[in-house]
Design a protein around this ligand. Structure first.
Ligand code: 13P
Length: 255
């Protein structure tokens, strides 16, 4: 089964609107036409309208949010709805990032509501899962990932899974400079795929794209992308520099 690689930049709370424009101007010229990979940029909410202006519908790059509310509208101060994201041509939304889970108390039940809200609005979720070092060393890797997948994807249909991307991000590799080895990432992502086969069915598991995230850099991207169950990256720090993100995208095209 051939899956199109998807390389996404998660800018987190970095890049003002003008900084986003300064990144995107040259970057969009480098990747101006459809490429062999899907390229996704997730700016902060405040930089998204600027990014949306620059990313035209026929550009090779798609716009993503880093989070959204599961509520449609109303008295939810500080929140952003799916309809608001759709109006500025957002295609993807990162959900359940470990920083949302650990710093803002999001659990699988809330993330599941967000996944359903996104899918109903025709937004493609990039669903993040991953274990802490303590959990990995304590032998809980498989149970943690299984619980996250079952909880976050509860009641998602086989048809809807066509729009879902999974991002495996071991918490111990995020922003630490410690990358999972290609073997660790491959073994874990093969396991994730086997869980998807149990929840849905074999064909769904085979078709679902699974990204790796956690200290991806130009220097390690090619090794990681060469592995069978790694279908792209969710990149934090190294996505803030257009040159280094372009190199990671190029590794994705080659892999
Ligand atoms: P780093 O690439 O900075 O480790 O961050 C990974 C990440 O959390 C992407 O969502």
């Amino acid at each position: 089964m051939s899956r199109k690689n998807i390389i996404a930049a998660n800018w987190k709370m970095n890049m003002t609107p003008s900084e986003a424009a300064a990144f995107l101007d040259p970057f969009l010229n480098t990747f101006s036409e459809a490429t062999a990979v899907d390229i996704v940029i997730a700016p902060s909410f405040i930089a998204m309208p600027k990014a949306s202006e620059l990313i035209t519908p026929n550009s090779a790059v798609a716009l993503s949010a880093q989070n959204m509310s599961h509520e449609a509208s109303g008295a939810f101060t500080g929140e952003t709805s799916a309809a608001m994201l759709k109006e500025i041509n957002t295609e993807y939304v990162i959900l359940g990032h470990s920083e949302r889970r650990s710093l803002y108390g999001e659990d699988d039940a809330v993330i599941n509501k967000k996944v359903h809200a996104a899918l109903s609005a025709d937004l493609k979720p990039i669903l993040c899962i991953g274990e802490s070092l303590e959990e990995r060393e304590g032998g809980q890797l498989e149970s943690v990932l299984t619980t996250q997948l079952e909880g976050s994807l509860a009641d998602v249909t086989i048809e809807q899974m066509g729009d879902v991307v999974i991002a495996y991000e071991p918490v111990w590799a995020i922003g630490t400079g410690v990358t999972a080895t290609p073997e660790q990432a491959q073994d874990t992502q093969a396991f994730v795929r086997s869980v998807l086969a149990k929840i849905f069915r074999e064909e769904v598991a085979a078709a679902t794209r699974i990204q790796y995230g956690g200290s991806v850099k130009p220097g390690n991207a090619a090794d990681l992308i060469g592995r069978e169950d790694i279908d792209g990256f969710l990149v934090g720090g190294a996505s803030l520099d257009p040159q280094s993100f372009a190199e990671i995208v190029s590794a994705g095209i080659g892999g």
